[in-house]
Design a protein around this ligand. Structure first.
Ligand SMILES: Nc1ncnc2c1ncn2[C@@H]1O[C@H](COP(=O)(O)OP(=O)(O)OP(=O)(O)O)[C@@H](O)[C@H]1O
Length: 301
């Protein structure tokens, strides 16, 4: 659905996005993580057709995003700080959106306004930041986009509203195959919400993975033996990312399928054996080695 290939974008002497390639499948939720200044907002604005890029190619539904004005009807972007026309209410803005977006869905607008308990006649500039964010979200979802690009959408929202927003998005993903790309600093939040995550660092994409695959492919083993087997012989049958001995317990991070790892370890007759899931944070650290440690502090709240 979204295909960016070897994209570059420079601001004077700063390379904000460097040779970046990314693919987002239709109907999926892609979380873009990275530290301050990594280039997330710049990339999102390129994908939304707001910034012209210097080189490379960006296509949405096989059409170049910048040169095709029609894609603006279907690809909507919510910035981290939404802005509205001067002195307008939610209802005024809805009137404006209705004129601009051919697929405007009045019923959805009414439903969402009620669901989020928004006063549609109140001036938007008199609303709190969180309420302005909700207003922008209601307007955007009611325009029925095919692709929604959100820049740190959940920052500063209370937990109830956060969840309501996520539910509304998930409903559109399930019902009509909405494709979502969302930036965040919060790895834990993205872990539960996204299908894919990509980590940006210095303008490039450091790491991009399917979360389900990632979680089924990497495991933490806690094992204790009455009689410790010879270390090399035991580990030779496993794809080990990390090995540690804590007292009599072995802590081993391995790659591979559970159905292959289980019988292998059982064949050494362990006294205690647990196969545990890893958090996304742990996976990054073990998979990315030094870089994982470097980015951990930056992206986990
Ligand atoms: N309009 C601009 N003109 C010049 N430099 C810019 C502009 N926009 C962004 N930059 C620079 O490009 C780099 C990437 O910025 P960007 O806003 O894309 O990062 P980010 O990952 O979204 O950061 P944050 O998490 O802090 O929002 C930064 O060094 C920033 O200073």
């Amino acid at each position: 659905m979204i295909q960016a290939s070897a994209v570059n974008k420079r601001f004077e002497d700063l390379q904000a996005v460097e040779n970046l390639t990314l693919h987002v499948k239709k109907g999926s939720i892609y979380g873009l993580l990275g530290s301050n200044g990594a280039g997330k907002t710049t990339l999102l604005k390129i994908l939304a057709g707001i910034y012209r890029y210097d080189s490379g190619e960006v296509k949405i539904a096989d059409k170049p995003v910048f040169e095709t004005p029609d894609t603006k009807q279907h690809v909507l972007f919510i910035p981290d700080q939404p802005h509205f026309l001067h002195q307008t209410s939610l209802n005024d803005m809805a009137g404006f959106y209705k004129e601009v977006y051919a697929r405007w869905n009045e019923k959805r607008f009414q439903q969402l306004t009620k669901h989020f308990r928004m006063n549609p006649d109140k001036k938007l500039t008199r609303m709190s930041k969180g309420m302005q964010r909700q207003a922008s979200f209601i307007l955007t979802l009611s325009a029925m986009p095919d692709v929604l690009i959100l820049d740190e959408p959940f920052d500063g929202l209370d937990p109830v509203v956060r969840q309501q927003m996520k539910n509304a998005i998930l409903q559109d993903v399930a019902d009509r195959g909405l494709t979502l790309i969302v930036s965040s600093h919060n790895l834990r939040e993205m872990e539960d919400f996204c299908d894919y995550v990509g980590i940006m660092h210095n303008g490039g994409l450091l790491f991009e993975r399917d979360l389900d695959e990632l979680k089924t492919d990497i495991h933490k083993l806690q094992i204790a033996f009455k009689q410790l087997p010879e270390k090399d012989a035991f580990l030779s049958g496993l794809d080990v990312l990390h090995y540690e001995k804590r007292g009599s317990v072995l802590l081993i991070i391995v790659k591979g399928r559970e159905e292959e790892i289980l019988p292998y370890v059982q064949s050494f007759n362990p006294a205690i054996f647990d196969l545990l899931p890893l958090t996304l944070e742990e996976i990054f650290i073990y998979e990315l080695g030094g870089v994982g440690y470097e980015i951990r502090n930056l992206i986990v709240e």
